[in-house]
Design a protein around this ligand. Sequence first.
Ligand code: ZN
Length: 416
Amino acid sequence: MLPKPAGVLASTLMTETSVAKILLKRLRAQTPEMLACLRRFVECESPSLEKTAADRCCTLIAKEWRSAGAHVERVPNAHRGDHLRIVWQPREERSSRSTGQVLVLGHYDTVYASGTLKRMPFRIKGGKAYGPGVFDMKAGIVQALFAFRALRELQPASAPPSGQKPQKRIVFLWTSDEEIGSGTSRKLLEAEARRSDAVFVLEPAFGPRGLLKTARKGVGEAELIVHGRASHAGLAPQDGVNAIHELARQISRIEKWNDLKRGISVNADIVEGGTRTNVIADRARALFDLRALSIADMRKIEGRLHALHSLNRNAKLEVHGGFDRPPLERKMSAALFAQAKTIAQQLGIDLDECCAGGGSDGNLTGALGIATLDGMGAVGDGAHSPDEYIVIRGLAERAALLAAMLQTALRPLRPL
Ligand SMILES: [Zn+2]
């Protein structure tokens, strides 16, 4: 490919810079509107486990997107809230072809049961907005909505010149069960991700500086059950096989797998077993939390778990589970992050990255080999706690950043 003449490149950059800045200016002016929309979303509680309440919030979100001109598809769900799939293919009337897809992903469910609003109402104080799910991640959905609106206004009114490449399609997917492991949304979001060239995850950014999450640990859960043999602890201790003793020895072996520098952690966080003090325990069980930063380490831990054997040869082990969200490796985010950083610089935003210890749906899309950038949502803190908040100034900034990232897939623009 021939290099672009320097002048053309410079003017392209100039145009992109000014478009990003114009997006930010427009979105800043819409901050009060964004806040009002956020308030409506937060005040419509949407616990993952309460379908009726979640569906109500789903209806509200669908309504807001429809009134912004979006084509909204509601995906029915038997036991959890319905999911929302919003497809936007600018100029679809003029061109049925598209050259690919970009996925914007998030969830509208929260970890708060209905009624939480009473003691944790939506409120604004000192440049912050508080409320259940405000940060994780209803503000992310609001930012995406306003980014969509801003981008729609920039699209050319006329058909592209012949020879112009057809545009990509953008799919926004808002799911209802991320907080409980994405059981009903996983297939749907993986199918959309497979069709996509890039995935932007609107999960909250990290910390007061709003770091993007360019890596996430893989997360899993394993259960180890030990079967021993009961016997009278006083009359016939020699006949017993103590399942708790065996489990304790296994746990102390497993503890050695921890390697925090490599990002591996394995923790027995629930143990139970036995019946009475004078009965040798014939059963004991432990539940482990598993974390790993690389797919290779994840496989290693899983391999070790399933290769466990009993130390007391009369005891039997049963192992279940493993990782259900593989790690999001940094290489899946690197290119998109570099692009985001450049755009952020144009907007005067200092943008940095971090590795998150917890998983999200970004782990699932990254594991499919699709470029994924996570933490594109709100700036704030306190997820899953009574002090959950967002920084109001970040609403427009992060919406502009998302819009500018998406806009690169939606050329050409109407001259401003
Ligand atoms: Zn979340």
